[in-house]
Ligand binder design. Structure first.
Ligand code: XBP
Ligand code: MG
Length: 249
């Protein structure tokens, strides 16, 4: 079966972005006079809730921190400040793509296979990361970018993947998703897509049951990816041939 499209998740998949997100959340809390600090262990737990606004709301409801009512009354302004902080950090170009991502994007474009993005992150974050860590014209590489509030229900709901498939006019059987998290895997599977998972720093303890394959990363010629879901299976490069094999399998 022909592979028509490759749909990439963003945070944790294109690049390890969540530490910059975490710092940006903490900066925005400080800017609004809140003495909240999300440390890595807490953030790992909060990441179970996708979407920055949803994550802040969950934090307030779960922990009832001082200033919570004010924060929710100004949630849009708080998240806009967080997004501004994140964009400024990303613009410094300090985030490098995860191994194999730039290679696979190049191969996909050269083969005439469509590229798309399906993320719960804010569209401004996507544009900032693509422009600073890939190429100034990188957003134009993608036939569809489904991001943030473009859909009401975020991952693990399938909505953002269904939105992308509709924009691509592509049957899910002819596309494949690349994801780093259990929420993302569940969203893509619920949309009827096969998934290759590459767990990241904050998602390495997630359950990837249902993925067609789980790799340490997408692999480079001089640093092959390790296969994580089947000890007997060798690693290698996640490339067009491998993905076409998964689609037709
Ligand atoms: C990851 C997320 C996002 C980011 C924060 O998105 O869940 O919420 O953590 O970005 P994905 P925002 O893995 O789907 O790319 O604050 O803009 O939501
Ligand atoms: Mg992700």
């Amino acid at each position: 079966m022909a592979l028509e499209a490759r749909i990439f998740d963003v945070d944790g998949t294109l690049a390890e972005t969540e530490e910059l997100h975490r710092h940006s959340f903490n900066e925005s809390f400080r800017a609004l006079g809140l003495d909240w600090v999300w440390q890595p262990d807490l953030y790992r737990e909060l990441l179970q809730v996708t979407g920055g606004k949803e994550r802040i709301r969950h934090y307030v409801e779960r922990f009832a921190p001082a200033g919570g009512t004010m924060a929710l009354a100004h949630l849009g302004k708080l998240h806009a400040e967080k997004t501004r902080c994140y964009g400024a950090l990303v613009a410094k170009g300090i985030l490098k793509p995860r191994p194999g991502v730039a290679r696979l994007l190049r191969e996909t474009r050269a083969a005439g296979v469509k590229l798309a993005i399906a993320t719960t992150s804010d569209p401004a974050n996507v544009a900032a990361l693509l422009g600073a860590s890939f190429a100034p014209d990188a957003p134009a590489w993608f036939s569809a970018i489904g991001a943030g509030d473009i859909v009401a229900a975020k991952k693990p709901a399938p909505d953002v993947y269904l939105w992308v498939l509709e924009r691509l006019r592509c049957d899910p059987s002819r596309a494949i998703a690349i994801e780093d998290s259990e929420n993302g895997l569940r969203a893509a599977r619920a949309a009827g897509l096969k998934v290759v998972a590459t767990p990241g720093f904050y998602t390495n303890t997630d359950d990837f049951s249902g993925a067609s394959a789980v790799f340490s990363d997408l692999g480079e010629a001089d640093a092959l990816a390790r296969r994580l879901d089947a000890p007997g299976k060798t690693g290698g490069l996640v490339d067009l041939a491998l993905l076409r094999g998964i689609i037709s399998g």
